[in-house]
Design a binder for this molecule. Structure first.
Ligand SMILES: Cc1cc2nc3c(=O)[nH]c(=O)nc-3n(C[C@H](O)[C@H](O)[C@H](O)COP(=O)(O)OP(=O)(O)OC[C@H]3O[C@@H](n4cnc5c(N)ncnc54)[C@H](O)[C@@H]3O)c2cc1C
Length: 343
């Protein structure tokens, strides 16, 4: 590969591709290592939703996240010439009168009015009429395709190496950016970080009489993909560490699905993955406390699509000395409690 590139990215999932895209735009020399281990990015449903339903308010920096996200994914779509984004509505089924009143109240408030529609929809499930609120500014990215397209893009430019990165090859003259998702537990320099990974199962079904065109949510989501195909899920399991689909999770999804739909269906797919989640649900970003040429961009959890683009941009600004990592996502918050000099 000739002269060593300035940056080495380890991990070719969503996190690695977002950082690589930023460096590519900034004309920085880099190389990406990506092995073929199972990746969360190939399993994800790909939806985003800027509202926390418990309080009916926007999530952390929601509008900034959406603006960055739409900008970055659209740039990539144009560059690779493939449609990856779709603006599809999220329809939240409201459980009772109290939830209906709370939705109506919050939709009027300054803090939430850009994210919640005031008017509710009526939907009929099992001949029972339900109210549903529509969230604004929601959609889906075809994440698996996004990652594959960018792999082809970077392979064609000779900067993607389809190999497992060997940690003993690290030297002081290069900058390393670790984006290994849950495999960070194998990284001798960052395994001290308090990840709280969470497994998720997701099913693909075919149903000719479900006839849903929005993402429907209540305990689980139903995501229409067209041609009578839907993704339904997902589960959250903090104990099972295997990447294998679980029968228990499948039964759980189907039980919840049948509560919010009344249709015939056939299960045609079942996948599972492990989300790189953290103890406080905020990503892990920043430089190693003692090895300043080693950095991490990880912990995207269950909201990688939404959080990733803005945070990757800010991370690359930091690399260029143009700003600091936001304190809520900086790994500095964990150093005192979890790091010691042997790490
Ligand atoms: C069931 C399920 C549903 C989900 N739904 C959504 C959703 O709707 N919306 C959303 O935003 N998020 C969703 N997520 C979460 C989303 O998948 C993650 O936020 C995101 O994909 C994490 O990307 P990542 O790059 O950090 O990790 P991964 O995608 O796991 O990628 C890590 C990569 O690093 C590589 N790697 C690791 N170590 C090495 C090494 N030493 N050398 C070379 N390569 C290495 C691995 O092979 C892998 O390719 C879902 C997750 C699951 C499991």
């Amino acid at each position: 590969m000739g002269k060593s590139p300035e940056y080495t990215i380890v991990g070719g999932g969503l996190a690695g591709m977002l950082v690589a895209w930023e460096l590519h735009k900034r004309n920085k020399p880099f190389v990406i290592y990506s092995d073929d281990a199972p990746a969360s990015s190939h399993v994800a449903a790909g939806t985003w939703n800027p509202v926390t339903f418990r309080r009916m308010i926007p999530t952390w920096r929601a509008q900034e996240m959406i603006d960055a996200m739409l900008r970055v994914y659209t740039e990539v779509e144009k560059e690779v010439g493939v449609d990856l984004l779709s603006m599809i509505k999220v329809e939240k089924i409201l459980a009772n009168d109290q939830e209906i009143d709370f939705w109506k109240e919050m939709a009027q408030k300054e803090i939430s009015k850009d994210f919640l529609h005031t008017e509710l929809h009526k939907i009929t499930i099992d001949s029972e009429e339900k109210s549903a609120g529509i969230v604004k500014q929601t959609g889906r990215l075809d994440l698996s395709r996004y990652v594959s397209e960018l792999h082809s893009f970077f392979t064609a430019r000779g900067v993607l190496v389809k190999e497992k990165f060997n940690y003993s090859s690290i030297h002081n003259h290069s900058i390393y950016i670790f984006t290994e998702g849950t495999y960070c537990s194998l990284n001798p320099y960052f395994k001290w970080l308090p990840f709280k990974n969470v497994k998720g199962d997701i099913l693909t079904i075919k149903s000719s009489d479900l006839k849903i065109e929005t993402i429907r949510k209540k305990n689980i989501f139903i995501l229409p993909l067209g041609k009578d195909i839907y993704k339904i899920g997902a589960t959250y399991d903090w104990h099972d560490k295997s990447w294998e689909p679980s029968e228990k999770a499948k039964a759980e999804i189907l039980e919840k699905f049948e509560k919010i739909s009344n249709c015939s269906y056939e299960v045609i797919g079942h996948e599972s993955g492990i989300r790189p989640a953290t103890y406080d649900r905020r990503p892990f970003i920043g430089e190693h406390p003692t090895h300043k040429n080693l950095l991490i961009f990880n912990g995207l959890g269950s909201k990688g699509i939404f959080l990733g683009p803005l945070l990757a941009q800010e991370f690359c600004d930091f690399l260029e000395g143009k700003g600091d990592i936001h304190e809520e996502v900086s790994i500095k918050r964990c150093v005192k409690k979890y790091f010691n000099d042997n790490c």
